[in-house]
Design a protein around this ligand. Sequence first.
Ligand code: ZN
Length: 142
Amino acid sequence: MLDSLRKVAARLLGTATDDRARREPRRLALDDVPHLGLVYPSVESIAITLRVESPDRQHCSITHTRTFADRSRADFRFRCKNPACVQGGFDLSELIDRAVGAQRDTVTGTRICDGVESPRGTYHSNCMHELSYRIAIRYQQH
Ligand SMILES: [Zn+2]
């Protein structure tokens, strides 16, 4: 059951199991992302609290929470807060898919941005900004 749901979600999103899509998370237009209620009918809402911190801990974004409900687009890709970052960002889609599959209520963790900083010139360095996340999932009551 959950496996088939996951397949539907993957097909609708055109991602999840596709390596290329994972590396280029921003190719998919938001309009093409299905509603949360369609992807995860068992879920009432998903609240994702995010904070992004620079590797030297000198810069830190405001901690904010985004809540996804029935009619929200099930788009769990978030921008990197590093203004110099290119091709970075954080895609929590797979994580959320696994959490819903396992009926977990809360998932917390960190993830490092794999984008690169490209200031003027030829010097490039890895972004390495760190995302701290807390995902709170509420399921439909039956
Ligand atoms: Zn980044």
